[in-house]
Design a protein around this ligand. Structure first.
Ligand SMILES: Nc1ncnc2c1ncn2[C@@H]1O[C@H](COP(=O)(O)OP(=O)(O)OP(=O)(O)O)[C@@H](O)[C@H]1O
Ligand SMILES: [Mg+2]
Length: 444
C-alpha cells in the first residue's frame, strides 16, 4: 500500500505536464503502460471529479466521488489512500465495482490518489485502484483464525476453571449433602477424609461429631428401652398378683394378705426406680444444682452406717468403720448421703451372709477419700468399666433376686462428678471389691 502510494505520487509528477498541456493520447498511453506494470487501474479526473482518462477506457465522463478524491479536490490534500469494499448491489455508484465487473461477489479495492499540479496549483487527480482482495482475504482468514483460537482458548480456560472449581468444591458439596442427610435423621453418615489442610480437618471434625451423635442417640434409645423394661417388670408382677386375687374370691385370707404385701413391695420398687430415673434425668439436663453447705463428712458416713446396720444384722454381716478426725466439707449433703448409701448398700447386698464390710475415711490434702471394701464375689475385670453405666448389672439373674435396677452406681458417678471428684473400683473375682471415692473438701 505504501508502495502504491509512492508509485501514484511519482506518476502524478510525470503525468501532470501531459494533462496540463492537453496531450490526452500520450496521457492515455502512459496510463495503460503504468496500469500494466503496477497491476491495477489508472484514471485521471478533472477538478469536478469526472474521469478524463482511464487505463481501461471504460469510464470516461463518469463521476468518481470517492473520499480519497474529495480530500484532494475539496480539502487540498496532495496524496491520499483508502480501502473500500465494492458491492454488486451499489449500482449507482458503479465506479466502485469497475475493477472486475464480472465478479458477482464484493471485492476489496485499495485507492491511491495524488494531485496533478502545475506550479503548485491542483489541476486534476490521479487515481490508482489496485485489487487487494487476496491480501484482505488473508487478513480475514487470519482474523477468523484468531477468533477461532481465542474461542478455543476461552473454552479451555472455562473447562479448566470448571474442573478446578469442582475439585475444590466437591468435598464441601459432599459435606453439605452429609449434613443434610444428618438433618433428616440419618446419624450413620460419614464423609470420606481426603486431601490435606482445612478441608481434611473439617471432614474429620464432622465424622467425630456424627460418631458422637450416633453414640448419644444409641445410648438414649438404650436408656429408654431399659427404663421401660425396668418399669414393666414390677407392673407385670403386680398384674399377676392382683388377677389372682380378683379371680379367686374365696382365696385364703392369709394368702390374700401376702399377695397384697407383695403388690405393695412392687409399688415401693417402682417408686424407687422412678425417683432414681428422675434424679439421673435432672442431672443430665443440668437443672439439678449443688446445694452446698458446710458439714462434717465423718458424721455423714457414720449416720449412713447406722441406717444400714439393721440390714447387716439381718444378713449376719459385720461393718467395720474407721473414721479419722472431723472432716469438714463444703458440699451437697443430700447428694453425698446418697453416694455413701448406694456404695455401702451394694457392699452389703452383694456380700454373702457372714461377710465383712470395711468403711474408711481419711483426709488427704484437699481431698476426702472414702473407701468401702467387702468380702463379696468381686467384679470381673471386663465388667469393671461398665458398672457405672445406667442399668448395667454384672449378673442379671443374681441382681434380680437382690432387687437391683443397675442405676445406683451411675447416680453415684454423676453426683461425684458434679462435685469435681472421682469414683473408682478395684476388684478381683472371688476376693471382694473396694470402691474409692475422692472428693475435694472445698474448706480451708
Ligand atoms: N460391692 C459389689 N460387689 C459385687 N458386685 C457389685 C458391687 N457393687 C456393684 N456391683 C455390681 O455392679 C452392678 C451395678 O451396681 P448398681 O448399684 O449400679 O446397680 P444395682 O445395685 O444392681 O441396682 P440399684 O443400685 O439401682 O438398686 C450390680 O448389679 C452388681 O452386679
Ligand atoms: Mg446398687
Amino acid at each position: 500500500m505504501q508502495q502504491d502510494r509512492a508509485n501514484t505520487e511519482q506518476l502524478s509528477v510525470e503525468l501532470a505536464p501531459l494533462y496540463a498541456s492537453g496531450q490526452m493520447n500520450a496521457l492515455q498511453q502512459r496510463l495503460e503502460v503504468a496500469s500494466g506494470e503496477l497491476g491495477g487501474r489508472m484514471m485521471v479526473l478533472d477538478l469536478s471529479g469526472k474521469v478524463q482518462a482511464d487505463s481501461f477506457s471504460e469510464l470516461n465522463g463518469s463521476r468518481v466521488e470517492l473520499p480519497e478524491v474529495l480530500s484532494i479536490l475539496v480539502s487540498g490534500k496532495t496524496i491520499d489512500y483508502g480501502v473500500h469494499k465494492t458491492t454488486t448491489g451499489e449500482q449507482t455508484n458503479s465506479v466502485l465495482r469497475f475493477l472486475r465487473p464480472y465478479d458477482q461477489n464484493s471485492e476489496w479495492v485499495g485507492y491511491a490518489t495524488s494531485a496533478l499540479t502545475t506550479s503548485g496549483i491542483t489541476i486534476g487527480v490521479l487515481i490508482f485502484a489496485s485489487p487487494i482482495q487476496e491480501m484482505m482475504e488473508r487478513l480475514f482468514t487470519l482474523q477468523d483464525q484468531m477468533v477461532f483460537y481465542f474461542l478455543i482458548a476461552a473454552a479451555a480456560a472455562l473447562i479448566i476453571a470448571l474442573v478446578f472449581s469442582r475439585i475444590i468444591t466437591r468435598p464441601i458439596a459432599s459435606l453439605t449433602r452429609s449434613i443434610q442427610r444428618m438433618g433428616r435423621g440419618d446419624l450413620s453418615v460419614r464423609v470420606p477424609v481426603r486431601g490435606s489442610g482445612e478441608l481434611r480437618k473439617l471432614s474429620e471434625t464432622f465424622n467425630t461429631m456424627s460418631e458422637k451423635l450416633e453414640m448419644l442417640d444409641k445410648s438414649r434409645n438404650q436408656f429408654v428401652s431399659n427404663a421401660s423394661h425396668e418399669l414393666k417388670t414390677p407392673l407385670a408382677t403386680m398384674k399377676i398378683l392382683l388377677e389372682s386375687i380378683i379371680y379367686q374370691p374365696e382365696m385364703d385370707e392369709g394368702l390374700r394378705t401376702e399377695f397384697l404385701t407383695d403388690v405393695n413391695e412392687e409399688i415401693n420398687r417402682l417408686n424407687l426406680i422412678i425417683s432414681d430415673l428422675l434424679a439421673l434425668v435432672s442431672m443430665d439436663s443440668k437443672t439439678l444444682r449443688l446445694n452446698r453447705t458446710t458439714f462434717n463428712f465423718s458424721q455423714l458416713v457414720s449416720d449412713s452406717v447406722e441406717r444400714l446396720k439393721p440390714m447387716a444384722t439381718k444378713r449376719k454381716q459385720e461393718i467395720k468403720v474407721q473414721l479419722g478426725d472431723r472432716c469438714e466439707m463444703y458440699a451437697d449433703f443430700a447428694k453425698l448421703t446418697q453416694v455413701v448409701y448406694n456404695i455401702m448398700d451394694n457392699a452389703l447386698k452383694y456380700t454373702p451372709e457372714g461377710g465383712t464390710v470395711r468403711v474408711r475415711l481419711i483426709r488427704s490434702g484437699r481431698d476426702a477419700i472414702l473407701t468401702v471394701s467387702d468380702t463379696g464375689p468381686g467384679i470381673p475385670k471386663e465388667d469393671q468399666a461398665l458398672i457405672f453405666d445406667r442399668f448395667y448389672r454384672v449378673d442379671k439373674a443374681r441382681s434380680r433376686d437382690t432387687g437391683g435396677t443397675g442405676l445406683g452406681l451411675s447416680i453415684v458417678h454423676q453426683m461425684v462428678l458434679m462435685h469435681g471428684g472421682n469414683v473408682s473400683v478395684d476388684s478381683e473375682e472371688g476376693q471382694g471389691s473396694t470402691f474409692t471415692v475422692e472428693l475435694p473438701i472445698h474448706q480451708a
